[in-house]
Design a protein around this ligand. Sequence first.
Ligand code: NAG
Ligand code: NAG
Ligand code: NAG
Ligand code: NAG
Length: 379
Amino acid sequence: MMACETNKRLFVMLLLFLVANCMQHSVHGVPQVPCLFIFGDSLSDSGNNNDLQTAAKSNYEPYGVDFPTGVTGRFTNGRTEIDIISQFLGFEKFIPPFANTSGADILKGVNYASGGAGIRVETGSHWGDVISLELQLKHHMATVSQIASRLGSRDLAQQYLEKCLYYVNIGSNDYMDNYFVPEFYPSSSIYSPEQYAQVLIEELSQNLLALHDVGARKYVLAGLGLLGCTLGEIYSYGTNGSCVEEINAASTIFNNDLKALVDQLNNKFSANSKFIFIDTALKALQLGNTDDFKVSNAGCCPWGTLGQCIPDQKPCYNRKDYVFFDGVHPTEAWNLLNAITAYNSTSDPATAYPTDILHLVNSEIKEELEFANESRFTT
Ligand SMILES: *[C@@H]1O[C@H](CO)[C@@H](O)[C@H](O)[C@H]1NC(C)=O
Ligand SMILES: *[C@@H]1O[C@H](CO)[C@@H](O)[C@H](O)[C@H]1NC(C)=O
Ligand SMILES: *[C@@H]1O[C@H](CO)[C@@H](O)[C@H](O)[C@H]1NC(C)=O
Ligand SMILES: *[C@@H]1O[C@H](CO)[C@@H](O)[C@H](O)[C@H]1NC(C)=O
């Protein structure tokens, strides 16, 4: 009996030790979540568009100039925001793009993001082929089937997938490559900005529920940045350097509705499903008021009418000083600050609602301990 008690105590201590280690950036190479699935657009794409027939691709220099393996199809000089978050979470390798996944890789997660993509299926289609959110979800269903056959059953796959983190950063192109491009898309003549945001949120919500059906329980929903302040929009609206207020106003409505959706979904589901909202626009406003970035009115690479770097032109040298790498996409330096906000907002809780990724993923550890308490230690 004594020995049994001692063993129990030792076991609990071992468990606590393991948990404590997991929280410290996974010193033993165990990530804080076993898997990460990524849905989105060029802010997260890591090569899914490389073989598509589209102008929305970036698998050429100077993209990737600061990335360990150079050009990959990322729309920035180095790591994307979710690349950096995945490192904070303790993943040793970047999550592979769906277009290039193989074998057991998929158990750690898949990146479905596609440059030009939106929530609406037609968004970004004037660039060429695009993998819309709906299609990204179809790709995820294929992954789920593969995981089920690897693990031996649908149920085991479901249990496994419930432990993963789901990052969704999409919607920018529904404005920049749809609503505010009336020459290609009729949406602005059909919907007011309020109606359009509602339509987007409704469609996004359907997709999040479909993800829930196949095991998603922990979601990170990134809000839109200050879309009207991108160089490409300032240039095409000819506002002489000022942000395009009309675009910022429309994307703010979307962000407010997305935050409300997070409340709604957190209320709808029991405590084992959690949704968080990252206020990227608020962060951009805060960063805009600091001196961290010396250059916010020019891109680091020479960029063309599409907003993307002109191939093989030299980028700037002082890339840490720039907000924008090209005419639309932020530099790794900017991505880093956004990644810190999303992951750990301890010092700035307003930007991650109702909590940050650190607390979202560690909440599971507490639940598992409680579970261990109930079922494993009653003898
Ligand atoms: C695909 O994966 C292989 C092996 O991991 C890697 O060498 C290659 O660079 C990847 N290609 C792309 C386009 O990501
Ligand atoms: C554009 O902005 C610059 C600098 O802010 C200012 O000097 C110039 O007068 C502005 N031009 C117009 C047409 O408003
Ligand atoms: C989170 O940020 C706070 C303050 O910025 C810092 O003290 C803390 O160590 C960070 N925690 C982790 C796990 O990164
Ligand atoms: C485990 O159970 C004990 C006794 O019921 C309780 O004091 C402790 O807080 C529980 N631990 C967790 C992590 O729930």
